[in-house]
Design a protein around this ligand. Sequence first.
Ligand code: XMP
Length: 324
Amino acid sequence: DWSMAAFREEAISRIREDVGSGRVICGLSGGVDSSVAAVLLHEAIGDQLTCIFVDHGLMRLGEGEEVVSLFRDHYNIPLVHVRAEDIFLSALEGEADPETKRKTIGRLFIETFEAEAEKLAADGRKAPEFLAQGTLYPDVIESVSFTGGPSVTIKSHHNVGGLPERMNLKLVEPLRMLFKDEVRALGRELGLPESFVGRHPFPGPGLAIRCPGGVTRDKLDILRKADAIYLDEIRKAGLYDAIWQAFAVLLPVQTVGVMGDARTYDFVCALRAVTSVDGMTADFFHFDMDFLGAAATRIINEVKGINRVVYDVTSKPPGTIEWE
Ligand code: XMP
């Protein structure tokens, strides 16, 4: 893509000008935007960049390892992998209120990120002066919450909005003139694997908001397995790119079932898939019933702890995409 090749060159010179010999930190989430920003920055300034990946233990199956192997092993980008699962899960213990869960995760994310940045400032090298973010053009023009209008907060979004001022860092936002499809094109231009570039959006609070009610390690493990099977079936059916977002939700409800000749009393798993242009409105995805039946059968057979699967046919509005 000619225009993206030109954008890449220009963006690299601009980053070099802005940053000089300064040190930059960048939060990686595993999502498209922060991944593209990190690779672009690394191309521009090499080891002046350090990425911080706060692994809150609420990622999907294998995702934490994927982030580390792509960035540290493949790209050789200096990466701090913060294993913060215990901190996040113990703070979430027994908490069932969706807003409290979101706020707890947001607060811990910022605290954890700051603590790591402070460690970097004391590592004997130059202290970081810049914070890089994968902010896109739509985020720049509309910095209100995704779902809520100006007067109602439907969900408090997890983001790192207040970080730069708090930490006294200057912002570097190399993607702030781009739309999502352009970020994807730039990612391809930079050689990022399609599995990263074409990825569905994933919310900052992760699987915690797909586990209505209290979050436990056991529930997260069950949810991760069901979600991986569902996405595997979607990929195999060639439907991944036709869907904006697809995921499993583990309901805090147990129902009676029968397996062989034994009674089971296990959790219900809800499957969600939507089409959308920007996440502001969405339609439920019209799967073929045979597809849903096959996915349900696999989940129930392969995931211990789930004995019933339902499909969410709510569009947005009135539903939101995530369940919390
Ligand atoms: P809702 O559930 O509000 O979601 O219809 C709209 C889109 O936003 C994503 N989402 C989030 N993304 N931090 C994020 O970065 C969050 O706290 C958050 N909550 C929801 C959601 O996955 C969907 O794509």
